[in-house]
Design a protein around this ligand. Sequence first.
Ligand code: 2PG
Ligand code: MG
Length: 428
Amino acid sequence: MTIIKNVIGRQIIDSRGYPTVEVDLLMENGEIGRASVPSGASTGTFEAFELRDGDQKHYNGKGVKNAIEYVNGEIRKALVGMDTNSQQTIDKILNELDGTKNKSRLGANTILATSIAAARSTSKCMRLPLFEYLQKTPSYALPVPLMNVINGGRHANNDLDVQEFMIVPLGAESMHDAIRMGCEVFYSLKNILENEGFSTAVGDEGGFAPKLKSSEAALNLMVNAVESSGYKAGKDICFALDCASTEYYLDEIYNLEGEDLKLSREEKVSYLSKLCNTYPIVSIEDGMAEDDWEGWTMLTKALGGVVQLVGDDLFVTNYERIKTGINKKCANSVLIKPNQIGTVSETLDAIYYSQQNELSCIVSHRSGDTEDTFISDLCVGTGCSQIKTGSLSRSERLAKYNQLIRIEEALGKRANFLGASAFKNFKY
Ligand code: 2PG
Ligand code: MG
């Protein structure tokens, strides 16, 4: 029932206009499982390898024709006739075919697209919704969304050093209610920006990208937007940041050019503590750089009891790095990006290992993304308490929110929107 008849790879275009890999698995019973993969801009050094052609005459070197050749050649040969029923077996075959530690021969993009296509085809053949197929134990938890309404860093053409300023509608009653609240704040923020003479053009993740100079300026606008939508900042809606600190860390100094600040790791901890004391911030991602373990330990000691501290570039969805983080008492939460590690099975391993060790998990998109909604099903299926999938504009972001609305509808009365309980281990 779950036997692969054919494997077809093609080059499609992501939300930044860059090529990416899409794979169709055609099953013996006529079902098709399709998947396409995203791509980051502020990537961590320790992420699995993304294969690009490097041919400058073709999409400025960003093409993925070699990846597609692997799908239509080696991978097709290895997978046709295989049963996708065991995701682990499929992923093992793909990893063995690649033969490297960081998927540098076939590319994590090539492998992940195939791996997700296998999960999707199996769920279709089994007539199960994808989130249910991915479940280890029944979970009806719907995640709190972290919605990136102001874009900075590598995702926007402005001076904001912090990459993402997110609203967290933890006071909502349901997923669709959280999305409505997010949209309403997004409209208010647009009005405020217009009235104050700022641009309302959006960045890579669909949040506004005004030419602001400091984190405080962005957070002040967010407080205004929340309150003018009729919500209480700190009660109905809290805030989250992705500092993407690796991007401006050099020689043990955090260089916040937009704010004209050069901070030591101690000063960076104080900078973040001050923001947390002034604004209702419940979560800070990559507050320190990927190789500044000492800074991470320091930050966790200072804020770990009250704020969710999320490792993205630090952990790169990699079991080994998460384990190191636990030993060094760094962070208390893990960002989960399937393309950082490159297969569905290894993504599930990272999630379950983190959950067993009481680290919260946030499933995340990438700044270059497609209409694929796998992460929404992954998040619900694994009971991760939060999802990060951009702002309330740009269809590649909304596709994930819309899928969560459908999942909530399918679950009906069983659906349990986590709300504030997602942050129960922290100050909130
Ligand atoms: C991040 C991501 C997604 P990118 O840093 O968390 O928001 O950005 O995909 O560019 O790495
Ligand atoms: Mg990040």
